[in-house]
Design a protein around this ligand. Structure first.
Ligand SMILES: Nc1ncnc2c1ncn2[C@@H]1O[C@H](COP(=O)(O)OP(=O)(O)O)[C@@H](O)[C@H]1O
Ligand SMILES: [Mg+2]
Length: 234
């Protein structure tokens, strides 16, 4: 049974349509990537799964219809979200920002905080620092950590490398790999950086103008010359 299965999802901002008949699935423990340019609909897709955008179509989680579920329902069902704009509280400490994620999983706070500190030792060192004084990479870590404080089984990660130096991107990739390998998490990651996506995901979906135009394993997608040229710098 798929962790998440989406059929014919369309999403709207007023009359403007941002997603057109998107279908995709992610299996338990799998990491998939959604690759697309600016404006392709990546954030809208993740927002739709979280119940943050008006949409039509069907979303199932572990076989149950969750179409129209509210964000709080999705969090309680085990979906963690690290959105593109982190929405951290700038004048709160790293620790307090992490605790914001914990309100639906209070009994797991100590266990989850330990896990976050193991994954991101820098956040343990900087527990008392205000996030307004952190680097972009550190804020990305707080955002991922806050999502992990909800005790998720699936993590939605929106463009984790945007604006980050290559060295920090490598660190983030390593953490996402460990989430899957060591903690068994299912991951959906969106990226403009196709090479970052390729380094992580077992399967990829290419999103263009709100529509899935290609999907497959890295090997399958590389066979399409046009695609390889546009997205994978081949
Ligand atoms: N809040 C909004 N109101 C109106 N249009 C929006 C809003 N957010 C996104 N859009 C539009 O929806 C489309 C997809 O946007 P988005 O999902 O943010 O793409 P991406 O994350 O891939 O850059 C774009 O055309 C964008 O302009
Ligand atoms: Mg986006």
């Amino acid at each position: 049974m798929s962790m998440i299965e989406i059929e014919n999802l369309s999403a709207f901002y007023g009359k403007a349509q941002a997603l057109r008949n998107v279908s995709l699935r992610v299996e338990p423990g799998e990491t998939i990537a959604i690759v697309g340019a600016n404006g392709a609909g990546k954030s809208t897709l993740l927002d739709s799964i979280m119940g943050l955008v008006k949409n039509t179509g069907t979303i199932r989680m572990e076989g149950q219809d969750v179409t129209g579920a509210k964000p709080g329902d999705m969090v309680r069902r085990g979906v963690g979200y690290a959105p593109e704009r982190f929405n951290l509280f700038p004048h709160m400490t790293v620790r307090d920002n992490l605790l914001v994620g914990a309100y639906t999983a209070r009994e797991d706070i100590d266990k989850n905080m330990d896990a976050v500190h193991r994954l991101f030792p820098r956040l343990a060192e900087r527990e008392g620092q205000e996030t307004s004084t952190q680097s972009g990479g550190e804020r990305q870590m707080v955002s991922l950590g806050r999502a992990l404080m909800t005790s998720p089984r699936i993590l939605l990660v929106d463009e984790p490398t945007i604006g980050l130096a290559p060295k920090v991107c490598v660190e983030i990739a390593e953490v996402l790999r460990r989430l899957s390998a060591e903690m068994g998490l299912t991951v959906i990651v969106t990226e403009q950086n196709a090479n970052f996506a390729l380094s992580l995901a077992s399967r990829l979906y290419v999103l263009e103008g709100g529509h899935v135009t290609a999907e497959g394993t890295a090997v399958e997608l590389a066979k399409d010359d046009q695609l390889a040229k546009s997205y994978f710098g081949a």
